[in-house]
Ligand binder design. Structure first.
Ligand code: EPU
Length: 420
């Protein structure tokens, strides 16, 4: 397994272009299963999760072609039975369930596994599909779903931690070809769900309330092919903004959409970081002394759980006490123990991490446990004295396009060490 070797202490300077959003492109690729016609998706990031989704679509019978950052999918003839091992491995693959049911009225897909950030149930996905008339059994690790037809319904999709992002995506994709009107209350408002809805609308779907907690879908008989450009990745943009502030540098993020990042930008400004909008770019630099801030992760438009770990990396550098509370995933603090190897002072109290920042960091070998935890370790490594080796970076390759190259272009001393 590859690792990253980072020699810390260099402020990041320069320009970085933000790639397409991983969490938008995965459901959008799944949505191509809704039509037999050709779909063209642009600004597709080069990520292992995207390649994986391409393999899943191909295993269902779709023709998938990638050229540069454009992916073309034609699902002329597909089957409803997914490859057990392929689907089981990536949580995001659950969003093929809705499109398969809409198109074929049947699907057999493996249950997605849990992961280090929590148990990640799919009860809300199944509840929503059942409301549309789908019969569902879970047997021998498979979800077996069938329906004579899908019928629109009123449903509430809120769960213990609020709305579900992929659950909302799944139900919308099932409802676009259902008979009648579906009304989803407590729908996820994330920009990635909006992007999916924009793609579905381009395919001929009828959806209103996009970006609000109440979404209405009026089913249509069929959808057609469409072209779409994926939104820039707000989580990637936030990660580079935090890295710029953490290293005391100055970085311009090209393509970053400030309107999708207000909760993060607000906290960065509160902690003393200067963020300026410059046309279609954001310029970020540390304005002076960093100040500690308290953070609670929430569904959009609150502070994203996917930026919690990176923000912790900034707070360990910030003199004073910050309290970071995780409200979306119960076990999403695995990065804390690894950050402590570098010298951070963090204690976990239930859903909160208490960070006593400002302690000197020194490089060490650390282990990446999930995608965003890996990003936090990279940021901390960029600030630590000496060398930090971040192991198991396949997590990073799942969700950050060429992170080592982008950081190198900003002046970081970072090398990928390939396992021989
Ligand atoms: N939940 C349920 N039941 C369900 C579904 C979710 O109780 O049926 C709970 C979850 O356990 C969690 C909360 O609801 O407590 C929110 O989970 P959600 O369903 O919104 O997460 P997801 O859709 O599986 C997506 C992203 C995650 C991101 C979350 C939250 C993709 C591929 N994944 O996951 O991204 O953290 O939304 O914003 O879109 C990442 O990119 O690193 C990542 C983990």
């Amino acid at each position: 397994m590859d690792s990253l070797l980072i020699k810390g202490g260099v402020p990041l300077h320069g320009d970085v272009t933000i790639s397409g959003a991983k969490n938008a492109v995965l459901p959008i690729m799944a949505a191509t299963l809704l039509t037999a016609e050709k779909c063209v998706i642009r600004r597709v990031p080069d990520l292992s999760d995207v390649k994986f989704m391409g393999k899943i679509l191909a295993s269902l019978g779709a023709e998938v072609k990638a050229e540069g950052d454009t992916v073309t999918v034609q699902a002329a003839k597909i089957k409803g039975v997914g490859d057990y091992d392929l689907i089981r491995k990536m949580r995001g693959s659950i969003c093929i369930l809705g499109p398969l049911l809409a198109r074929l009225h049947k699907a057999k897909v493996s249950l997605p596994g849990g992961c280090v950030i929590g148990t990640r149930p799919i009860d809300l996905h199944l509840k929503g599909l059942r409301a549309l008339g789908v019969g569902i059994k879970v047997e021998s690790g498979y979800i077996l779903a069938t329906a004579k037809k899908l019928t629109g319904a009123d449903l509430f999709l809120g769960g213990r931690a609020g709305p579900t992002v992929l659950g909302t995506a799944n139900i919308i994709m099932a409802a676009v070809l259902a008979e009648g009107v579906t009304l989803i209350e407590s729908a996820a408002c994330e920009p990635e769900v909006m992007d999916l809805c924009n793609f579905l609308t381009a395919m001929g779907a009828k959806i209103t309330g996009v970006g609000s907690p109440t979404i209405t879908i009026t089913g249509v008989k069929e959808l057609h092919g469409a072209e779409h450009e994926v939104i820039p990745d707000r989580i990637e943009a936030a990660t580079y903004a935090i890295a710029a502030a953490a290293t005391n540098g100055e970085v311009t993020l090209h393509g970053a959409r400030a309107e999708h990042m207000n909760a993060v930008l607000d906290k960065l400004r509160e902690s003393g970081v200067k963020v300026e909008r410059q046309g279609a770019a954001l310029k970020v630099r540390r304005g002076g002394r960093l100040k500690p801030v308290d953070i609670t992760t929430l569904p959009y438009a609150g502070f994203p759980t996917d930026v919690q770990a990176q923000m912790m990396a900034l707070m360990i550098l910030t003199p004073g006490i910050s309290i970071i509370t995780e409200r979306i995933f119960e076990s999403r603090f695995t990065h804390a123990a690894e950050l402590m190897r570098l010298g951070a002072d963090i204690s976990i109290e239930g859903p909160s991490a208490i960070v006593k920042g400002g302690k000197p960091l020194s490089g060490a070998p650390v282990m990446a446990s999930d995608l965003r935890a890996s990003a936090a370790l990279v940021i901390a490594g960029l600030c630590a004295k000496g060398a930090t080796q971040v192991n198991r970076i396949y997590h990073l390759d799942r969700g950050y396009e060429k992170m080592d190259d982008k950081l190198k272009a900003l002046g970081a001393r970072i090398e990928r060490v390939e396992e021989t």
